[in-house]
Design a protein around this ligand. Sequence first.
Ligand code: ADP
Ligand code: MG
Length: 729
Amino acid sequence: PSVAEVSNSTHNPKLHSKPFFNDSSSRRQKILQQRKSLPIASVEKRLVEEVRKNDILIIVGETGSGKTTQLPQFLFHAGFCRGGKLIGVTQPRRVAAVTVAKRVAEESGVELGQRVGYSIRFDDRTSTSTRIKYMTDGLLLREALLDPYLSRYSVIIVDEAHERTVHTDVLLGLLKKVQNARSKSADGHSNGNNKNADSDMILDRENDTNGINTLKQCQGRKFPPLKLIIMSASLDARGFSEYFGCAKAVHVQGRQFPVEILYTLYPEPDFLDATLITIFQVHLDEAPGDILVFLTGQEEIESVERLVQERLLQLPEASRKLVTVPIFSSLPSEQQMKVFAPAAAGFRKVILATNIAETSVTIPGIKYVIDPGFVKARSYDPVKGMESLIVVPISKAQALQRSGRAGREGPGRCFRLYPENEFDKLEDSTKPEIKRCNLSNVILQLKALGVDDIIGFDFMEKPSRASIIKSLEQLFLLGALTDDCKLSDPVGHQMARLPLDPIYSKALIVAGQFNCLEEMLITVAMLSVESIFFAPREKLEEARNAMKSFASPDGDHLTLINVYRASDEFLEKRKMEISKEKTEKIRRKWCKDNFINSRSLRHAQDIHSQIRGHVEQMGFRISSCGEDMIMFRRCLAASFFLNAALKQPEGTYSYLTITLVSSTQPIGRALASGQVVQIHPSSVLFRAKPECIVFNELIQTNHKYIRNITRIDYLWLTELAPQYYTMQN
Ligand code: ADP
Ligand code: MG
């Protein structure tokens, strides 16, 4: 390793010959100061020592104490990257991986993508010189497909483990195995921590048909042992410690000022309205300090953003010193860092965030928290095999984390937009995601890694048998698994290789047979982002009219393709004439005029080019069905047949999803009562109400709504998905 690699920038700042901030040594000074004052700074030596001594270490520390940004730097300077090895830090959320990597690059005085980088799905900012790599937990799982021993890493830090995302849980199980296998391969190096781990996968994997895994090639090679660090903001480390065979846990003391909690007197019928009122109350009546508002998603954030701006205009000039900054997962990365920038002098900043700001990122300057008490969560019905997004009350643990955000730099206030007795009714903590989501995605990945016995896999908390079986069955129906539950060749392997939901991967794989891969690539990209259209309450009519110009009588999928292509064509025509900045400006204006969410569309375009790259690499030919929309609709039926619904008798306006339930065998199913659902008002088929449809999304509010719908002929189902539908049922 070079000198710079093992040096400590905190103590030897002169070693950096090329300061990154030429003209801002004062900013650098300030950052150094900030770093030194973090609670974790005083225990650097001890932490490094603990990591040296323990192959598995659990670190618990209050949010904002410096775990995520500082620990990897400590380890880097302590020499854990010797020999070119990497320190990998996983985050459940994309935004956290990106913003933290940027911050740490700045703190280390290096350019992003050099020593410090990040890698998330569809966006990789790393290079061969990267040593500290922030990434999503899902991405590390994917990396394991190519490098089953995770041999490039000397340390893996699973951060935000308390979030218990499904990827974190699967990763923990996998890392346990990898660590064990590596300590065995390291010849004689024994690992006291995980006596109970076995290594049945990995070591005896065969074949490498699709370049997914190189397990066989790894055999016999020697790897240095892997250090595993689990970091969590919750004080309860016991679960993690037990899971890892009584692993050592340490606690990093945080700093917390008192936060006054205020409740509403009565339940609020409209929490968005209550949020808006509270924002202005704080802005007009309270002492300076920024506001952090917790909302459930992009759509809500953008509508509150607009409403705040409109109401501001009704205030006298002097009271308008309020700026809004959104932060949510699909926000373009160049806009994400804006939340960290202080507002201009005299201005108050309102951060409109999803629960990303709960523990994943710590934004300085917050004195007020507004918490409506909701979060958008995944929910899964293993009988019907349906996953949906649903807005649910947060847990007590989450409420506490949220209010804690107001007291990091001084005393603060938290406005909970529900009555106090409602708080007592909240669950203590959130149920791990693995217990409430469709597992087909992770099963596919585990299978690709050679873990065949899913039910026997060492999960920290086992998902229900019913949901494992249902997900296996879905994979089987999609053609990803063989009769004896092995990954099928080539479909199963191809599906595992694509970084998409299995149902979307399947759609891309079958699209070739229908000559519509081009159309399906656009569809999958557009379905991968939230809310392409926006319809502000006050301009509903205009927005609807704008949408009509793209609307296809066949449904939403084609409508989305029309939007995508219209935007491309519009820009194509103007490309020759103008500069890049101007193009972007024109693009945004086009989006605005057409009530298209320009952030979402841009995101979809990025995703499109990424997955296009993937399928090209896999040797798929990109064909188009041209005007033959029946081909495309048949392809949708062949891909999304698991989500089909039939219109119910006149007058009810509802649909019944077609759910077939098998006992245990994939043959001999019976038609079970599906779910009664309604077409979401945003669908172009809301009024047309065709007989038979396929859909992509189920959302639950007061009603069960389906979204992204295309009209199909029900006979296509028996023709194109005979493995699921027979004439009788
Ligand atoms: P933890 O992981 O323990 O919750 P972090 O390491 O994320 O803590 O944060 C440590 C400190 O770094 C916090 O005070 C936070 O405000 C600051 N910080 C993190 N990212 C940024 C950023 N992009 N800009 C400014 N400050 C940041
Ligand atoms: Mg953190």
